[in-house]
Design a protein. Structure first.
Length: 627
C-alpha cells in the first residue's frame, strides 16, 4: 500500500509514475525557444518538442517519459511493501468476562466481536503467549472502534489499552517538492534556478525529475513554479539495461529470501541524522536546508535582474514578524477559492490576513498619532524658550493652528482606515472570482483549456455573473457611504497638508529657540566652571562681582583671542580700559584667564554652528535663526 504523507490516504501502485506524467505534461510545462534561451536549448539531454521549442524538464533518470514511468513502477515494485494499519488485541489486558461483554456488544463490527469472543476463551495462563490478535483496518475506522469498545466497558481503566490502533510501516518510494519562483525574473532565470537546484539534489545522489510549470488559466501571472520528484536511492543502469536494484539472487537454504548484490543504499543524510538525533528532526532540518539553498539561488537571480526584493526562507517568528502564517490551500481548496467558493481553509486564511491588515492599520495610526504629539510638544517648548517678540507670537499662532489640524486627524484617521480595509475586504473575493472566470473563459474562447473546463463552461459563466452582481451591490452600498465619507476624507487630506505646511513654517523658529537654549546652557556651564575655579583659588563668588558682569558682556559682544607667540594670555580686543584693568589685576587675572578660555571654546563652537547653518539656510536664513 502506498500512502500520501499528509493524510495517509491509500494510493495506487502506479501513483509515483502517474505523478511524474502529471508534472511533465506538455500543457503545463514551460517551453522556450532557442532564441529565448540558447544556453538552455544546448543543455545535454534537453527535450526537444515538435515545434522546435524546448520543454523545461530536467531529469537524471531519462528524457523519455515512458522510460521514467517504467523506472517509477520498478522502484515501487522492488521497494519493501508497506504494512497496513491495524487493530491490536491483547488478551492479557482484560478479563474473560470483559472480552465476552465486547463480543456481545452490537455497537462493534462483527469481525471485532469475533476476535473478542476468541479472546474470552483463552485461559489466563496462556493469555500472555497466545493472546495477541491483529485486524487490518483503516486508521480512522480503527479509532472509532477503540472509542466504541471503551464506551461498552465504561472505560479501559488501564494505562495500556487492550485494543489499540497500530500504524503501518510506510514504504518510501518518492519525495515530492514544489517551489515558487520569485516574480519579476524572466524564463531564462527560472530555468537557471531549476537547473541549479537539481544539481544540488544530484550532488546527494538522488534520482529526480523536475519540471517548470507556467501559469495556466486558473492562476495569475505570478504563479510560475517548480515541481520536483526524487527517489532517495542512487541508481545505475546495467549493461543489460536493467536498473541495479532490479538484480536479485536467491539465498541458498532460506525460503523466499533474496539478496540484491548491486542495489545501492539509501541516502541516509537526507532522512536520518547521526548519533542521537531524532530522524523526524533531521528531516525537518533537511527541508530547511533545501529552502535556504533555493532562496540563495533565487536571490542571486533577483540581484542580477536589479530587483531589491529578496527571498527569505525563515518563518515569520524567526524573522521577528508578529503575524500568524496562513496555511496552504491545497489542490482541492485552491481552485474552489479561485472561483469564489468559500472553503474552511480559505476562510481561516482570510481571517488571518484581514485581522493582520486591521491590526497593521491600527498600529500605523498609533505611530502617526505619537509623531504628531511629539511635534506639538516641540513647538510648545520652543514657544517657552523664545523671549517676547514677533518670533514668539508667530510660533504661538502656529501652535494653535497645529493643535486644531492634529485634532481633526486624530478624530478621523483610524476610522477612515478601517472603512478603507472593509471596502477592500468586501470586494476581494468577488474581484478574484471575476478575474479567474474571465481568464478561463478567454482560454476556452481561444480553443484551449481542459476538457473539464469546457464541460463546466456554463457553471463558470454563472459564477462570473454572480460575482459581477455582488460587486455591483457592493458598489451601490459604498456609493451611499462615500457621500457621507467624502467630506470627512477631504477634511482629513486638508488637515494633513496643513500640518505639513505648519511644520515647515515652524522649523526655523524652533531652530532659533534651540539656539537660545544652547546659549543659556553655555552661559550656565561657564558660570559653574567659574564658581569652581573661584572656590579653588579663594576668590569672591563671581556671581556678585563686577567681573561676572564683564564676562557676560564679553560672551555676547566681544571676540576672545587665544594665546599666540607674541601674547601668552587670552585677550579681548576692544574692551573698555577700566574692564581691561580688572581682567589683568593681580587678584583676578588667574580667574579671568580661566573664564576667557571657556568663553573662547564657546565662541569657536558658535562659529562652527554658524558655518553649518549657512550651508543649510543660506545668508538670508541666518538672521531668522538668531546667528
Amino acid at each position: 500500500m502506498l500512502v500520501s504523507g499528509s493524510n495517509r490516504r491509500p494510493l495506487s501502485s502506479s501513483a509515483t509514475a502517474e505523478h511524474d506524467a502529471y508534472v511533465t505534461r506538455p500543457d503545463a510545462v514551460l517551453t522556450l525557444s532557442a532564441a529565448d534561451f540558447e544556453q538552455y536549448a544546448g543543455r545535454p539531454g534537453a527535450l526537444g518538442l515538435s515545434d522546435g521549442q524546448t520543454a523545461a524538464i530536467f531529469s537524471n533518470i531519462s528524457d523519455d517519459p515512458d522510460e521514467r514511468r517504467d523506472f517509477w513502477l520498478k522502484v515501487h515494485h522492488h521497494e519493501r511493501e508497506a504494512s497496513p494499519d491495524c487493530l491490536k488485541f491483547e488478551a492479557k489486558l482484560l478479563k474473560s468476562s470483559e472480552w465476552q461483554k465486547l463480543a456481545n456488544a452490537d455497537a462493534l463490527p462483527p469481525e471485532v466481536r469475533a476476535i473478542a469472543a476468541r479472546m474470552a476463551k483463552i485461559p489466563a495462563r496462556a493469555a500472555k503467549s497466545e493472546g495477541n490478535a491483529f485486524l487490518e483496518i483503516d486508521l480512522s475506522e480503527g479509532k472509532k472502534i477503540t472509542k466504541a469498545a471503551a464506551a461498552v466497558l465504561g472505560s479501559w481503566g488501564r494505562k495500556r489499552t487492550p485494543i489499540r490502533v497500530c500504524k503501518g510501516r510506510g514504504g518510501r518510494t518518492q519525495f515530492r517538492v514544489t517551489a515558487e519562483f520569485p516574480y519579476g525574473i524572466n524564463a531564462a532565470a527560472r530555468v537557471r534556478i531549476a537547473q541549479s537546484f537539481c544539481d544540488y539534489l544530484a550532488a546527494f545522489g538522488v534520482m529526480y525529475t523536475a519540471a517548470i510549470h507556467a501559469p495556466d488559466e486558473h492562476n495569475d501571472e505570478r504563479n510560475d513554479h517548480l515541481h520536483i520528484t526524487y527517489y532517495d536511492r542512487p541508481c545505475t543502469r546495467l549493461p543489460d539495461n536493467r536498473w541495479d536494484f532490479e538484480v536479485r539472487e536467491k539465498i541458498e537454504g532460506q525460503h523466499n529470501r533474496y539478496r540484491y548484490p548491486f542495489r545501492q543504499p539509501k541516502i541516509s543524510k537526507l532522512t536520518r541524522g547521526g548519533g542521537d538525533e531524532n530522524y523526524r528532526s533531521h528531516r525537518a532540518e533537511t527541508v530547511k536546508r533545501m529552502r535556504t539553498h533555493f532562496a540563495e539561488i533565487c536571490n542571486r537571480e533577483l540581484a542580477e535582474a536589479g530587483i531589491a526584493r529578496q527571498f527569505d526562507p525563515r518563518s515569520y517568528r524567526e524573522m521577528g514578524i508578529e503575524q500568524q502564517p496562513t496555511q496552504p490551500l491545497g489542490p482541492r481548496a485552491a481552485p474552489l477559492e479561485a472561483v469564489g467558493i468559500p472553503t474552511k481553509a480559505g476562510i481561516e486564511n482570510a481571517e488571518i490576513l484581514w485581522s493582520f491588515e486591521m491590526e497593521s492599520a491600527r498600529a500605523r495610526c498609533e505611530r502617526a498619532y505619537r509623531q504628531r504629539e511629539l511635534r506639538q510638544r516641540e513647538v510648545a517648548q520652543a514657544v517657552d524658550l523664545l523671549g517676547p517678540g514677533d518670533d514668539r507670537d508667530a510660533l504661538r499662532q502656529i501652535q494653535y493652528d497645529l493643535r486644531d489640524a492634529c485634532k481633526t486627524i486624530d478624530e478621523n484617521e483610524a476610522e477612515l482606515e478601517q472603512f478603507r480595509i472593509a471596502l477592500e475586504m468586501a470586494s476581494a473575493r468577488p474581484e478574484k472570482t471575476v478575474e479567474t472566470c474571465e481568464r478561463i473563459l478567454a482560454t476556452l474562447d481561444a480553443g484551449k483549456g481542459s476538457e473539464r473546463d469546457r464541460q463546466a463552461r456554463s457553471l463558470i459563466e454563472a459564477r462570473l455573473l454572480q460575482a459581477e452582481d455582488f460587486l455591483e451591490r457592493v458598489d451601490e452600498i459604498c456609493s451611499q457611504f462615500l457621500k457621507e465619507v467624502a467630506p470627512i476624507d477631504e477634511g482629513l487630506k486638508a488637515a494633513r497638508e496643513k500640518v505639513a505646511a505648519l511644520r515647515a513654517q515652524a522649523a526655523p523658529l524652533i531652530e532659533a529657540a534651540n539656539s537660545v537654549a544652547t546659549r543659556l546652557v553655555e552661559r550656565e556651564t561657564a558660570r559653574e566652571q567659574t564658581e569652581e575655579i573661584a572656590a579653588t583659588t579663594g576668590a569672591v563668588n563671581p556671581a556678585t562681582t563686577k567681573l561676572d558682569r564683564i564676562m557676560d558682556r564679553v560672551l555676547e559682544d566681544f571676540l576672545v583671542h587665544p594665546p599666540s607667540e607674541r601674547q601668552a594670555n587670552y585677550t579681548v580686543p576692544g574692551i573698555a580700559r577700566e574692564d581691561y584693568q580688572m581682567l589683568t589685576s593681580e587678584s583676578l587675572s588667574a580667574l579671568a584667564q580661566a573664564r576667557l578660555k571657556e568663553i573662547a571654546k564657546i565662541q569657536r563652537a558658535r562659529v562652527v554652528e554658524a558655518i553649518q547653518m549657512l550651508d543649510v539656510h543660506g545668508e538670508h536664513g541666518l538672521g531668522s535663526v538668531g546667528i
